[in-house]
Design a protein. Structure first.
Length: 95
């Protein structure tokens, strides 16, 4: 999903010579923001998966600390998801 906004922005830029830039400018900006927010959520997903893999091989003492890191990342990811949801909701209201 995070690649789709980039591809759409690229396609829209191809049409810039044929449409009014003023109309596409805000759309391109929103797509860029959407791609960045999706990337942020994905970065947290990847970090969590990596920490979980390390945790599987860690000793007990380290495993508890890693679990704390995983839980902290999940909280940050949840905030990023809320931001993404707000962005998508706001984009849906624009006419």
């Amino acid at each position: 999903m995070r690649h789709a906004p980039r591809r759409l922005r690229s396609a829209l830029r191809d049409f810039l010579p044929y449409v009014r830039k003023r109309r596409l400018g805000p759309v391109l900006k929103q797509l860029k923001q959407l791609a960045a927010t999706l990337g942020e959520v994905r970065d947290h997903d990847v970090a969590i998966l990596g920490l979980q893999e390390i945790q599987k091989q860690a000793q007990r003492q380290s495993s508890a600390a890693l679990q704390d890191l995983i839980e902290a990342r999940k909280l940050v990811r949840e905030e990023a998801r809320k931001e993404l949801q707000a962005l998508i909701t706001a984009a849906g209201k624009i006419e």
